[in-house]
Design a protein around this ligand. Structure first.
Ligand code: HEC
Length: 132
C-alpha cells in the first residue's frame, strides 16, 4: 500500500518535471536562408534586442508616422516564432521593401530574427517544438 502510494507520487513528480522540461523556451531555430541550425547564445540575444530597439522601435513605437498613420508598438510576442522567421526570410513588410532595414547587415538581421523568435508568441507558455 505504502509503496504503491510512493510509486504514484514519484510518477506524478516525474510528470511535473518532464512537463516543465517540455515547456522550456526554444534555444535554437532552423534558418531557411542559410539552411543552418542557429543555437541561441546570450550575446546574440542581447545584440538582437539592441537592433530591435535601435531600428524597429524607431517607427513601431505606438506613435504616428509621417503620414499620420498609427503604428502599433511591436513586441516579440506580436508574432509567433515561425511567423517571425517568415518575416525575415521573405522580407515582405513594407518597411523591408522600402529600405528601412538597410542599416542592418544580413548577419545582424539573423540575430534580430533569433531574438524575436525566442520571445515570439507562445514560446513562454507552450511547448515550441525544436526545429533542428
Ligand atoms: C522607417 C520606419 C520603419 C522602420 C525603421 C521599421 N518599420 Fe516595419 N513597418 C513600417 C511601416 C510604415 C509598415 C507598414 C504598416 C502598415 O501597412 O500598416 C511596417 C510594417 C511592418 C510589419 C508588418 C506588420 C503587419 O501587421 O503585417 C512588420 C512585421 C514590420 N514592419 C517589422 C519591422 C521590423 C522587424 C523592423 C526592424 C528591422 C521594422 N519593421 C522597422 C515602418 C517601419
Amino acid at each position: 500500500m505504502i509503496t504503491k502510494m510512493v510509486g504514484s507520487l514519484l510518477g506524478v513528480i516525474f510528470l511535473f518535471i518532464s512537463a516543465s522540461v517540455l515547456a522550456e523556451v526554444p534555444d535554437r531555430r532552423f534558418d531557411p536562408l542559410n539552411q543552418t541550425c542557429r543555437i541561441f547564445q546570450f550575446t546574440q540575444m542581447r545584440e538582437g534586442a539592441g537592433f530591435f530597439k535601435k531600428v524597429c522601435l524607431r517607427c513601431h513605437d505606438g506613435s504616428y508616422d509621417n503620414g499620420m498613420r498609427f503604428m502599433p508598438e511591436l513586441i516579440p510576442r506580436s508574432f509567433s516564432p515561425e511567423r517571425w522567421t517568415r518575416i525575415f526570410t521573405e522580407k515582405y513588410p513594407l518597411c523591408a521593401q522600402d529600405g528601412s532595414w538597410k542599416e542592418l547587415s544580413a548577419e545582424e538581421l539573423l540575430k534580430l530574427n533569433d531574438y524575436l523568435y525566442r520571445g515570439g508568441y507562445g514560446t513562454w507558455e507552450d511547448y515550441t517544438p525544436l526545429e533542428c
